[in-house]
Ligand binder design. Structure first.
Ligand code: ATR
Length: 293
């Protein structure tokens, strides 16, 4: 089902390429707006749609998109691990993480890439000027987005990674996939009072989308800790409010990561990297407030 009218930019004589983002919910996705801005800036013709698809609908919706000439797609909650399974080939980053957020049509099938991790690190270090190297890090969640950022955080030099997930088996599976038992630990959610304290806390759960509170204790926060929520807008408000009240030095939402992962995806599809500052500023002004420190 097409959920939104397509954003059409610079129709070329041979017609614009067709792109989309798949997820559920998808109606309020900012990706069509971001890719339209990139395309406008770089004078590239494209049509970018938001397509609502549950995990059950996804294979059929993607096949219909390919039949209509779809060249590339972003994949968001809750489809990133499903996307990894249906690709004919995946990049090394996507294989490691078992998570795909960017699909590229290659011949009769899809090639999968994961740009979330690069997007997160570019946003934290580049846009916000914060360091991650040496930080004791807590990762909340073990779904597709969490898996992608776990590898990127370790590559960026965090000192230790603790993973906690509501369903402990998924946290264990992620720790096993990383395979560094000396530096990567899992914790049961029910023991969260005994997890210790952390210099960097990353919320990669989708709890905020359902307005669910994670009920985290302030004891998780080390002095000068940085908190980052992969969500943005209202979905991030609960975690960011907790972070501020518990004494975080910075509480940052995932808007910048969204823009940066989109720029990486755009480069995968079109071979040119767009500038991100203008669209970031535009979206920051457009989103409801209280989302960034
Ligand atoms: P994404 O692609 O965004 O990672 P996902 O793969 O569906 O989406 O993962 C969602 C994550 O949010 C999972 O870690 C999920 O925990 P479970 O593995 O137990 O399902 C977590 N999550 C969702 N709602 C939550 C809640 N209310 N409290 C805690 N964790 C929650």
């Amino acid at each position: 089902m097409i959920d939104e009218e397509p954003v059409t930019v610079h129709r070329a004589s041979d017609g614009p390429g067709l792109y989309a983002v798949f997820g559920q919910p998808i109606a309020h996705s900012l990706s069509p707006r971001i890719h339209a801005a990139f395309a406008r800036d770089l004078s590239i013709a494209l049509e970018y749609r938001a397509i609502e698809a549950s995990a059950e609908d996804f294979v059929g919706a993607l096949a219909a998109f390919a039949d209509r000439g779809g060249l590339g797609a972003n994949v968001t909650l809750p489809l990133k691990q499903h996307a990894a399974r249906l690709c004919l080939s995946v990049s090394e980053r996507a294989r490691q993480a078992d998570s795909v957020n960017t699909l590229v049509r290659r011949g009769e099938g899809w090639h999968g890439e994961s740009t979330d991790g690069v997007g997160l690190i570019r946003d934290i270090t580049g846009r916000h000027g914060l360091y991650v190297r040496g930080r004791r890090t807590l990762l909340l969640g073990a779904g597709g987005a969490a898996r992608a950022v776990a590898f990127a955080l370790l590559d960026a030099g965090i000192s230790e990674l603790t993973i906690a997930n509501r369903t402990p088996e998924r946290a264990d599976a992620l720790a096993d996939a990383i395979g560094k038992p000396e530096g990567v630990h899992t914790r049961y959610w029910s023991d969260l009072g005994q997890w210790g304290s952390f210099d960097l806390i990353v919320n990669a759960t989708s709890a905020g989308h359902g307005r669910m509170s994670l009920a985290l204790p302030p004891s998780l926060m080390a002095p000068r800790a940085v908190c980052y929520d992969l969500s943005y807008g209202r979905a991030s408000f609960g975690f960011l409010a907790w972070a501020r009240s518990a004494g975080a030095s910075h509480a940052v939402d995932g808007l910048g990561m969204l823009v940066e992962q989109a720029a990486e995806a755009f480069e995968v599809w079109h071979g040119r990297r767009p500038e991100t500052d203008a669209i970031y500023a535009e979206l920051r002004a457009y989103l409801p407030g209280d989302a960034e420190d």
